[in-house]
Design a protein around this ligand. Structure first.
Ligand code: ADP
Ligand code: MG
Length: 340
């Protein structure tokens, strides 16, 4: 019988993108300056993320994959002003339920020794073993969804599209993560460990974009740097414990409007809230409408990071944390259109 844990896990980890998102965010939370993502067979056989971050302390081996274990929250109050990506302690426990999951990890003072941790589907630590390793953590997800056969078949059927989506998401993390050397590799059949894309640990998002999308894309971009002010809605005003949020900044890069034929930039739109990649469909629509109103035939390349107070939005609307609810989306969009 399918356990409750498995079913709940399937709501946290819904596809390849969720796997990549959770593992990469853990690496970034651990202070990594290199992150390497490796796929086998486009992720069907393996998705693995290696980082050079803090590593996991031996006293936490028993707990890391237990449901609701997190090292990132000291009190409930922290939830409202959180700056790490994770905080719910659900990712690793869900991955244990849905795949063959293991970790290799070492703190700086343990190198060249590292510890391999294998887990039971429940998230309970099954065994540990000393192996050779560098500082940091490698998390390996083999055979994702193997215990949910319908979901697994669905993934196999759509793997080309799903792999494309996960690469787009990884582009977004690679571009936004200034100071982090990012690389993605894939092994399909005899083509082993091919570098799909990489960044050089650049200091700016602009250089990251050049690494990922090419220098030609960069030359077609103009900086996006807006300060938006708007009227907070009455709902937000009532809910706010302090002064309601009425301003935010938007930073990034957008393509210069192109009139006539010929694409110069890839058709890509990436949105971030406080440097967290996320979908913001209403905001995307606003950008595209402004470009249309210029009579521009092509949809713009957009890389836009919305910097705002953590009170201005809610990431807790869905278990996979991918949807972000902006409390004052309407007022914000009006102000954005005017500024653009
Ligand atoms: P959360 O990120 O919400 O805390 P996770 O289930 O993603 O929950 O991870 C559980 C815990 O495992 C984290 O709080 C952290 O202590 C540890 N951990 C996971 N991945 C890494 C990593 N790459 N480097 C260091 N510690 C990690
Ligand atoms: Mg996490």
């Amino acid at each position: 019988a399918r356990s409750v844990h498995q079913i709940q896990s399937g709501q946290v980890i819904i596809d390849l993108c969720s796997v990549a998102k959770e593992l990469v965010e853990n690496s970034l939370d651990a202070g990594a300056t290199t992150v390497e993502v490796r796929f086998k067979n486009n992720g069907l056989d393996l998705i693995e993320v290696q980082d050079n971050g803090s590593g996991i302390s031996p006293e936490n081996y028993e707990n890391v994959a237990l449901k609701h274990y997190t090292s990132k929250l000291s009190s409930y109050d922290d939830l409202s002003r959180l700056h790490t990506f994770g905080f719910r302690g659900e990712a690793l426990s869900s991955l244990c339920a849905l795949s063959e999951f293991h970790i290799v990890t070492a703190k700086a003072d343990q190198v060249p020794r590292a510890n391999r941790l294998d887990f039971e589907p429940s998230g309970k630590l099954d065994k540990t073993q000393i192996v050779a390793g560098q500082k940091g953590t490698t998390a390996s997800v083999e055979g994702i969804f193997k215990r949910l056969p319908v979901r697994r078949r669905e993934l196999e059927k759509n793997i080309k599209r799903e792999y494309g989506k996960v690469l787009n998401l990884l582009h977004a993390y690679a571009c936004i993560s200034a100071g982090v050397r990012f690389s993605v590799r894939n092994t399909v059949g005899k083509t082993k460990n091919v570098v799909v894309f990489s960044t050089n640990g650049n200091r700016t998002t602009k250089e990251n974009i050049a690494n990922v999308y090419g220098a030609k894309t960069l030359s077609a971009l103009i900086p996006l740097d807006l300060k938006l002010e708007f009227e907070p809605s009455s709902v937000t005003r009532r809910a706010a414990s302090s002064e309601p949020v009425n301003q935010m900044e938007v930073r990034g890069h957008i393509s210069r409007p192109v009139f006539g034929e010929g694409r110069q930039t890839p058709d890509r739109q990436m949105f971030f809230v406080n440097s967290r990649p996320c979908g913001l469909p209403q905001i995307a629509k606003a950008f595209n409408e402004v470009y249309k109103s210029f009579n521009v035939s092509q949809s713009p390349f957009i890389f836009a990071d919305f910097q705002m107070d953590t009170n201005a939005y809610d990431v807790n609307v869905s278990p996979d944390k991918r949807t972000i609810l902006l409390h004052d989306a309407g007022a914000l969009i009006e102000s954005l259109k005017t500024s653009l």
